[in-house]
Design a protein around this ligand. Structure first.
Ligand code: PLP
Length: 398
């Protein structure tokens, strides 16, 4: 059975070009880039080439890029650096819809005595900007707000936030793990101080991340040890994965426009068809301002987990808005923050596409998904009662 992979916000396939570029560094070219001999030393140059490729994708300078082990490390390093450098400041601003890479750290810091403002979002997942403006004060050490949300794809007003914070001389970090390669990011014109990326969302392997630190912004290392990354991130470099993320960034910058449109068209086709063919659908998130590859849909009165299992039987991979923890279904904190009713949160499914999806993949899902929803609704006592005719979703009315 063919796998139809529509879970690219969870992780992506390694691009064949990336695999090809990295494999020599797992086999023949195994030297340590810090070694004095040529065998190791030649690797150093390759790492610097990779750094330039990453920098080029986001409009940064190579010396503003440090390689880390993952997006989570990059996020943690940025926030912890600010707290180390400004110990008198005890306030952090973030959002209620961050990835646990930021959210869990902030909750931990709150238990350690820091004051954390978790900004709310509205029913479309848009940030409450008035709340943001009112939350800033002289005690604010850093603001960490994601570029785009991993569950809904909703994009936040990074420029507006950055401009405000620059005027107030407050550090601004953004988690761009989901935005990278999906929408253009140009740090030459964007007032962001630190930005986190992750390789495995970009067709590079798992276990490689990037932290951008704007020139002139002070940084206190999170991992202390050797002199690697100019003393900003110790530990012998994950050479093969560094080469891989450079190549992945190069591919992303080469094929941006056409590819983005291709993915968005497939996503829209899928979304429209499911809305037309399934009863009581609901799109979660601001359809006018989201990542081109993501759709988050709710089908009330069916369990997202049950949908996933049925899709899985057909080789279709997606995600649901509730995760199974300790035997019970934990509703998505993102959809909860948006005020999505519980019946809809539990029936939510995220499809996230990539350049490797085909029209045929989408046609298969369009065929299977309505049957899955119908079967599950017939099994559900609530579903049978509520299975009235599909009303026109608000965004198809115009
Ligand atoms: N931030 C966001 C928005 C994510 O979606 C993820 C991963 O899902 C991360 C951070 C964590 O990245 P990593 O898996 O590389 O630690």
């Amino acid at each position: 059975m063919k796998t139809i992979y529509l879970d690219n916000n969870a992780t992506t396939a390694i691009a064949p070009e990336v695999y090809e570029a990295m494999t020599p560094y797992l086999t023949q070219l195994y030297g340590n880039p810090s070694s004095m001999h040529t065998f190791g030393g030649q690797i150093h140059k390759k790492i610097e080439d990779s750094r330039s490729m990453v920098a080029s994708l986001i409009g940064a300078q190579p010396e503003e890029i440090i390689f880390t082990s993952c997006g989570t490390e990059s996020d943690n390093s940025a926030i912890m650096s600010a707290l180390q450098l400004y110990p008198q400041k005890r306030h952090i601003i973030t959002t209620r819809v961050e990835h646990p890479a930021v959210l869990s750290l902030c909750k931990y810091l709150s238990r350690k005595g820091y004051r954390i403002t978790f900004l709310p979002v509205d029913s479309l997942g848009r940030l409450d900007m008035d709340f943001f403006y009112k939350s800033i004060d002289n005690d604010t050490a850093i603001v960490s707000i994601m570029y785009a949300n991993n569950e809904t794809g909703v994009i936040f007003p990074i420029r507006e936030i950055g401009e405000t914070l620059r005027e107030r001389k407050i550090l601004f970090h953004t988690d761009a793990v989901q935005a990278i390669g999906k929408i253009p990011i140009n740090l030459r014109e964007l007032p962001v101080d630190m930005l986190a990326l992750s390789g495995h969302k970009l067709h590079a392997p798992k276990g490689i991340g990037v932290l951008y630190i704007r020139k002139g912004v002070r940084f206190s290392p999170y991992i202390i040890g050797g002199h690697q990354e100019h003393g900003r991130r110790a530990g012998t470099e994950n050479v093969a994965s560094i080469i891989a993320i450079g190549k992945a960034c190069e591919l992303a910058s080469k094929s941006f426009q056409g590819e983005t449109l291709y993915i968005a068209n497939l996503r829209d086709k899928l979304e429209r068809a499911l809305i037309e063919r399934c009863p009581n659908p609901r799109i979660n998130g601001d359809v006018g301002n989201r990542l081109p590859n993501t759709t988050n849909l709710s089908f009330e009165y069916v369990e997202g987990e049950a949908i996933l299992l049925r899709l899985n039987e057909h080789g279709i991979c997606a995600s649901s808005g509730s995760a199974c923890t300790s035997g019970s279904l934990e509703p998505s904190h993102v959809l909860k923050a948006m005020g999505v009713p519980f019946t809809a949160i539990h029936g939510s499914i995220r499809f996230s596409l990539s350049r490797y999806n085909t029209e045929e993949d989408i046609n298969t899902v369009i065929e299977i998904m309505p049957m899955v929803i119908k079967t599950l609704r017939e099994l559900s006592p609530y579903g049978r009662k509520k299975d009235e005719k599909c009303s026109t979703p608000y965004y198809l009315e115009s």
